[in-house]
Design a protein around this ligand. Sequence first.
Ligand SMILES: *Cc1c(COP(=O)(O)O)cnc(C)c1O
Length: 233
Amino acid sequence: MSERRDEIAANLDAVRRRIAAACADAGRRTDDVRLVVVTKFFPASDVRLLADLGITDVGENRHQEAEAKAAECADLGLRWHFIGGLQSNKAAAVASYADVVESVDRAKLVGPLSRGAHSRGHDVDVLLQVSLDPPGADGRAGADPAELDELARRVDEAGMLRLRGLMAVAPLGGDPDDAFARLATIHADLLAQHPDATVLSAGMSGDLEAAIRHGATHLRVGSAVLGPRPRDK
Ligand SMILES: *Cc1c(COP(=O)(O)O)cnc(C)c1O
């Protein structure tokens, strides 16, 4: 166990150094960029180690796994980010443990998320997931940029959901700088209408520097901290 702790601590150190260097290059403060460690496929014991190493935010992408881990780690006081594809029939349940739902990409999710937040008696932060893929691309996740206004309005009108910003994934194989530059423009447009939507969740293990250059406030980093995911090896 302590070997695993040492491994995670060393990886975390390297990631923190990458973040600090990218912030310095971009003239940004390290404090303005929050690290969300993506723990999908890794056991709750790793989540405990992360909490012990000072991590405050963790991300999960599958409801059943997230629900079980959040329950197992309820004593740690972590912020749980749901970052995966969301089915409307699971959305209320996700809102019962997630503090931030980053993957809201269609209006149909808003009602169930709001109901879930009500039954928990706790506001839930919402990020709208926007697609940076070309229209019609395969396996596209996220709303079309043109749909964001309407989606933002729906979230604003719903009880107990707080619209906090945007989330996006850079398209596979493309230049992340191009994608995140577009994302920054989309974020500026949203902010003009919704001044509280200050969060920009972008950047993963492979492209966090590009995300920081283009204003990311939250990075979602998995493999660079925890190693290759057990089921993707
Ligand atoms: C898995 C995942 C990540 C983390 O990816 P790494 O490349 O392991 O850092 C980030 N964002 C989303 C949406 C993910 O599903």
